[in-house]
Design a protein around this ligand. Structure first.
Ligand SMILES: [Fe+2]
Length: 269
């Protein structure tokens, strides 16, 4: 694991036609465009899920510390979330960021917007999305995508297709089960890279289902997420590699390390 600061991300120059990712663990990422836009996606930089796990009999005590201090998020251009659960919309991460002066825009689907309001975020900082809703920040476009929720506590889960002008398109599944609509909806946009949950629990894609989705989308890289942070929600990412190889696309496997920079070139164009 490498420790990251927003200053490092700000100082990094993403070459034209590319996009830069830093994985924060679980589904969290810092994303930087060639135009200098810095986004945070689903940052979970606390240990707030431990108490929820204890309540329900799951060990959700994080296995590794966060590679970025939550107050650093005060300096992002937008704070983007896929759904309302603490490992994606974390009250402690949000509070630390806001205490350091962080303000919106916060991009999120409906029930996450409600949660953000309850946490004190004013309306004018909120930008609501739904599947196929597109929001642009400079040279970055975010298209919310269809995702299947865990249960009735939040039925408005989304994923995101992040596109950089003249650059790669990266599809973040968000938490979702497998459904043919995932590929049917995102496939026509021709994503280059799939960033997918693989934990195979809590109704999320298993490594085999993630590999199937990758084959359906025809992506050139598959980045595993959401399998790394909690004892009762973890598995080795090599299971994704095994399943990709089984489908004849093993070369797409692209595991990341927490806090380390990953440069994505435009692979399809
Ligand atoms: Fe999650």
């Amino acid at each position: 694991m490498s420790m990251l600061t927003l200053q490092q991300a700000r100082a990094h120059v993403t070459p034209r036609g590319q996009v830069t990712l830093w994985w924060l663990g679980q589904s969290g990422f810092i994303i930087k465009s060639p135009g200098g836009i810095v986004l945070a996606l689903d940052p979970y930089l606390s240990n707030s899920c431990k108490a929820i796990g204890d309540e329900h009999g799951f060990d959700m005590n994080r296995l590794v510390p966060p590679p970025l201090a939550p107050h650093e998020l005060a300096d992002v251009d937008a704070y983007v979330m896929t759904h309302s659960h603490h490992d994606h919309c974390d009250p402690e991460t949000l509070a630390a960021s806001r205490a350091a002066g962080g303000r919106g825009p916060y991009v999120a689907p409906a029930e996450t917007i409600e949660k953000l309001k309850s946490l004190g975020v004013p309306d004018h900082e909120l930008r609501m999305v739904w599947p196929n809703r597109v929001i642009e920040f400079g040279d970055v476009s975010l298209r919310a995508t269809f995702a299947i929720p865990l249960g009735g506590d939040d039925l408005t889960h989304v994923g995101y297709l992040v596109s950089v002008k003249e650059g790669p398109k990266v599809y973040f599944t968000g938490d979702t089960a497998y459904h043919e609509v995932l590929a049917a909806a995102v496939g026509p946009h021709k994503p280059d890279v799939l960033v997918t949950v693989i934990n195979g629990a809590f109704r999320n894609l298993s490594p085999a289902e993630a590999a199937r989705l990758a084959r359906e989308l025809g992506v050139r890289q598959v980045i595993p997420t959401h399998h790394d942070l909690f004892p009762d929600n973890s598995l080795p990412s090599n299971l994704l590699r095994t399943n990709l190889k089984f489908l004849g696309i093993g070369e797409t496997f692209c595991p990341l390390r927490h806090g380390e920079k990953h440069q994505i070139k435009s692979l399809n164009h």
